[in-house]
Design a binder for this molecule. Structure first.
Ligand code: 3PG
Length: 335
């Protein structure tokens, strides 16, 4: 406690639940005393929170209970785009600013979406497993065995990509998909003029037109289970679904049922509800699912940019400046 009191009299105390890239830590160290707790557990965080002026988190929860442990907190920095892990209303009530890093990982996630879509379309996961199962070892040529084993896929070229959400990530995915020769359709209530070559419509149009559907919306009440059984029914039979947004945006039971009935041809999922998911979560073990551990943004490039961005946003707030990615207070916006 005495250490905390000393810090309170001097430089701001910046607490991080978990490490971030060096580039961000350097920016933070220039503005205050940095303390990386190395845990997302409330009890482990409590002593550091007692003296914290700023808190930087990744995707772990920032609840009202956590904020109550941090009486001096002025800013929460979210390393990443999504804000669903932060109780924004509680932060607002306390007058705590929230900053995030929209766009910082857009290229990294967009590349991953194309990777995932291609992996599903080309049956990469069952193809890799086929060596182990012995199904390719019969007489004849290997390419013929691929066809015989049902491992031949389809191209993305000439097919239609549907984007639910056309923010920084969706816009990048659209550009990359166009480079592959895909048609792109998208829906986003906040976008009235899309990028060149992207046909805008409502969700029903996008669902009905897509061979590959990729989700790029935040998890908010309006998007919770947006992709449910009735949405999936509106999709083309055998369409592929890619979810790098949030686990809660899809009704996972409906997705699994649609994979079993072949209404969906494959599901690539990088996000779960909750995270980390239990090892026996059915979606992790379904043969038509490419499941990855929230890694779309986990490139050295995006990690450096998210760290730099969140650090500079936090430092701006501590210095009394308005950061570029201050999360808006909806009550003020509606005034
Ligand atoms: C992190 O770096 O902690 C997150 O994975 C990135 O978060 P996002 O999924 O909200 O962009």
């Amino acid at each position: 406690v005495s250490g905390v009191e000393t810090d309170r009299a001097g430089r701001p105390v910046i607490v991080l639940t978990e490490p971030i890239a060096e580039t961000g830590l350097e920016v933070l160290s220039g503005a205050g005393r940095v303390h990386v707790v190395g845990s997302t557990d409330l009890a482990a965080l409590a002593p550091a929170l007692a003296g914290a002026d700023a808190l930087v988190v990744r995707s772990s929860p920032v609840t009202a209970e956590l904020l109550d442990l941090a009486p001096h907190l002025r800013v929460v920095g979210r390393h990443g785009a999504g804000l669903d892990n932060i109780d924004l209303a509680a932060a607002r009530r306390r007058g705590i600013a929230v900053v995030n890093t929209p766009g910082a990982n857009a290229a990294s996630v967009a590349e991953f979406v194309i990777l995932a879509a291609l992996a599903l379309a080309r049956r990469l996961v069952p193809a890799r497993a086929a060596f182990g199962s012995g199904s390719l070892s019969a007489q004849g040529s290997l390419p013929a065995a691929v066809v015989r084993s049902g491992l031949s896929g389809g191209m993305l070229h000439g097919r239609t990509l549907g984007l639910v959400g056309l923010g920084a990530i969706g816009t990048r995915v659209a550009a990359y998909a166009r480079g592959l020769g895909m048609q792109v359709v998208a829906c986003d209530p906040a976008v009235t003029r899309g990028p060149e070559g992207v046909r805008l419509g409502d969700l029903a149009m996008v669902l009905g037109a897509s061979d590959v559907l990729s989700l790029h919306v935040p998890l908010v009440p309006a998007t919770s289970h947006l992709i449910d059984a009735s949405a999936i029914e509106q999709m083309r039979a055998g369409a592929l679904l890619v979810n790098t947004a949030r686990g809660g945006v899809v009704d996972e039971d409906a997705v699994l049922a649609a994979l079993d009935s072949r209404q969906l041809g494959g599901y690539a999922v990088d996000v779960y509800d909750p995270e980390p998911p239990p090892a026996d979560l059915p979606v992790l073990n379904h043969p038509a699912v490419l499941a990855t551990p929230h890694m779309a943004a986990m490139t050295s490039d995006a990690l450096a940019e998210m760290a730099r961005s969140v650090a500079s946003g936090v430092v701006d707030v501590l210095a009394g400046r308005t950061p570029p990615h201050l999360v808006p207070d909806p009550t003020e916006e509606s005034r």
